[in-house]
Design a binder for this molecule. Structure first.
Ligand code: IPE
Ligand code: IPE
Ligand code: MG
Length: 252
């Protein structure tokens, strides 16, 4: 099933965001502040992932998308990159059974071809194992970039329609890496930076943005609730006026 785009159709909005997308930032600074190696921050960050996944289940959230490794993160020192890969493998190894038992469907999106074969196999095995689960879809964006996503989607579309000279938004959307999910309702970035860093460029068109100074290892369910509370204060107009929204409310 593919989801319609917020620029083509006004989506249904509920009090609890159905899809939360998070840039998990600040692991390195969390560690440095404690005179620990950066990787200690990443390890602590994995614990936060576990807690936030559980918090999302408790709150009835349908989709949680986590930016774990960007297409630009290869620019980091080689030892940090390889430690991040080890951590990813260990986390998959340890967490998949628990996720499956909790009714979680796991997806990993990004250009996975650059990962070692063992990791690629673990990913596809985990996805296959959890494919039928419906309680919460957790997407890990790994070697992901928003521009990569739009480009790969476009290339797929072109391969299927080599004769076409132009495409519409609706035609491209089903070929994006996260076509199985609705667009995010709420975006959270921890760690204090106020930028998108090539995350879900297409899908964030009408997402509510929330930035917090809290480093990812310190983020918890209470802080998630703060973000949701901020989201609940927003008026999501999707191009319409406040008056129109009020009229719609009265009519329903
Ligand atoms: C985010 O934390 C995790 C990854 C990018 C893998 P950082 O490692 O970017 O932490 P800071 O921003 O340096 O504190
Ligand atoms: C964004 O964080 C990517 C992830 C959290 C995986 P970065 O720390 O890499 O972003 P920049 O470089 O500060 O923009
Ligand atoms: Mg960072």
């Amino acid at each position: 099933m593919t989801q319609s785009s917020s620029t083509q159709q006004v989506p249904v909005v509920s009090a609890v965001p159905n899809h939360i997308a998070i840039i998990m930032d600040g692991n390195g600074r969390w560690a440095t502040k404690r005179f620990l190696p950066r990787v200690a921050g990443h390890a602590k960050g994995v614990e936060t992932v576990r807690n936030i996944v559980e918090a999302c289940i408790d709150r009835g959230i349908g989709f949680l998308t986590l930016f774990a490794f960007s297409s630009e993160n290869w620019r980091r020192p080689a030892d940090e990159v390889s430690l991040l890969m080890r951590l990813f493998i260990t986390a998959l190894d340890r967490e998949v059974s628990r996720m499956h038992a909790n009714g979680i469907r796991l997806k990993v999106v990004g250009d996975l071809s650059r990962f070692e074969v063992k990791l690629q196999e673990m990913i596809s095995q985990a996805e296959r194992k959890t494919a039928e689960n419906t309680r919460l879809t957790v997407t890990i964006c790994a070697n992901y970039g928003g521009r990569w996503d739009v480009t790969q989607g476009f290339n797929k579309l072109l391969a299927l329609n080599p004769e076409a000279t132009a495409f519409s938004e609706d035609q491209l959307a089903p070929h994006l890496a996260m076509a199985y999910a609705p667009e995010p309702d709420l975006f959270i970035r921890t760690g204090g930076e106020q930028r998108i860093s090539n995350f879900l460029l297409w899908q964030l068109a009408y997402t509510e943005l929330y930035f917090t100074e809290t480093f990812w290892p310190d983020f918890d369910s209470k802080k998630l609730d703060d973000a949701i509370a901020s989201y609940q204060q927003r008026e999501r107009r999707f191009g319409r006026t406040s008056e129109q929204l009020l009229e719609n409310k009265k009519a329903s």
